[in-house]
Design a binder for this molecule. Structure first.
Ligand SMILES: [Zn+2]
Length: 412
């Protein structure tokens, strides 16, 4: 999740590190971001709940972009919870950086050299409507673009910090989301084994192979398995595989067992608080790539960076877990308290959103029969694929799907 990691460095740098200003208590909200295209000119309109001072400027390095600085505001744009989206016309992807301090920033990728032709604000068009920040951008020659671009000179230290954030903010280069699937157990560790001879490790692997098949068939994902045969893999190695792959999502597949043969149904786990402390410790003391990167760019901030990464990971894991359950429930039973937290080692990578799916109880006769059925696994994994697609669409920068939130009608 290269993009996210870099995004976090951006937040951190913008927060002003140790000298972070007091948090401005404001109820301001960013409610919408709209684009209108008119020939070589593209207008972006940022809709806010209140009027706000802002400024827009372009940057040439490391790639053409438009920066809009505004006071801190909460981001409530429907369908773009993570503050990421895709523009139109001259605008490519954009991201919202909430510093937690007094400032916020929206960075828009530009598809080439362009100049700010106009910037102004407008009051609500009707009573109770949104305030609007309007920036017009016009395609330009490389020379004039370079001459006009750069951080406004009077900013001093803040600019330097922001410049570092900009320099480290890059879009991930890859085209496909990377999903790591982790079939639990294997080899000398069969997991739960039933009297009928069902082995959890085999069921997990069969489900994982089916999930990989379906994910690859969509063309949207690159899929990595922590094991694709009946071998034993250490927990730490499973975590390392996710970290090394910079996975966008990590899914561990298991089948539950209980002394009570009546217990049945699926459940989804994310990391609990204790697991999160362990993940923090692991990130700070191991060769976690996040920490290595932080050390290179700002050695004093490892702790903060890891905390931010873990917070983002927790939010995203939770979003995905909640998206997953309703789809699972259309295929088979889920247990009553189906959304759970635990201190599972395989969920410890500091960055990839991670869930552990217990597909059902191998100790329940009906669940066992289902999990041993290729047709059932096909349906169950179809539900997982649907949930994954929804999750990335909502994150706002999947390859396809209804992510183009911004409306096409010309802005006012
Ligand atoms: Zn298991």
């Amino acid at each position: 999740m290269a993009g996210n990691r870099i995004f976090l460095i951006g937040i951190l740098a913008l927060a002003g590190l140790a000298s972070a200003p007091a948090v401005a208590q404001t109820a301001a909200e960013v409610r919408d971001v709209r684009f209108g295209v008119d020939g070589d000119r593209t207008r972006v309109v940022v809709e806010l709940s209140e009027s706000a001072e802002f400024r827009a400027f372009t940057l040439a390095e490391p790639s053409p972009r438009l920066v809009v600085d505004l006071p801190a505001a909460s981001w409530t744009v429907a369908g773009l919870q993570t503050g990421e989206g895709r523009g139109h016309g001259l605008f490519g992807d954009f991201r919202y950086f909430q510093s937690g301090g007094e400032r916020a920033r929206i960075v828009f990728e530009l598809d080439g050299p362009a100049l700010v032709a106009a910037q102004f604000s407008l009051g609500p068009a009707a009573e109770g409507g949104n305030h609007r920040l309007v920036v017009d951008v016009e395609r330009a020659e490389e020379d004039s673009f370079r001459a006009a671009s750069g951080f406004p000179a009077h900013d001093g230290m803040e600019s330097l910090i922001a410049a570092r954030a900009e320099a480290t903010f890059r879009e991930p280069e890859r085209e496909r989301r990377i999903i790591v699937i982790d079939p639990g157990h294997g080899g000398r560790d069969p997991g739960a084994v039933t009297l009928n001879g069902s082995r959890e490790a085999d069921i997990n692997l069969a489900a994982a192979l089916e999930l990989r098949r379906q994910l690859e068939a969509t063309g949207r994902y690159e899929v990595i398995l922590t094991r694709s045969t009946d071998i034993y893999v250490e927990h730490e190695d499973r975590v390392r595989i996710a970290a090394a792959a910079r996975a966008d999502l990590f899914i561990s597949l298991h089948a539950d067992s209980a002394p009570n043969p009546g217990a049945r149904g699926a459940s989804v786990y994310t990391l609990n608080d204790r697991g999160e402390s362990r993940a923090r410790q692991r990130a700070l003391t191991s060769g976690d790539p996040l920490v290595a990167e932080a050390r290179a760019s700002a050695p004093e901030v490892n702790n903060i960076l890891v905390s931010l990464a873990l917070r983002e990971k927790r939010n995203q894991s939770s979003v995905f877990a909640s998206a997953l359950l309703p789809h699972i429930a259309t295929v088979g039973p889920v247990i009553d308290a189906s959304r759970r937290e635990a201190n599972f080692y395989v969920l410890l990578d500091s960055q990839a959103p991670a869930v552990l799916l217990e597909m059902g109880y191998i100790t329940n006769r009906e669940d066992e029969r289902n999990l041993n059925s290729a047709a059932y696994r096909e349906r169950l994994m179809r539900a997982v694929v649907t949930a994954i697609g929804e999750y990335f669409d909502t994150r706002g920068n999947g390859l396809e799907g209804p992510v183009r939130h911004a409306s096409l009608q010309p802005a006012p």
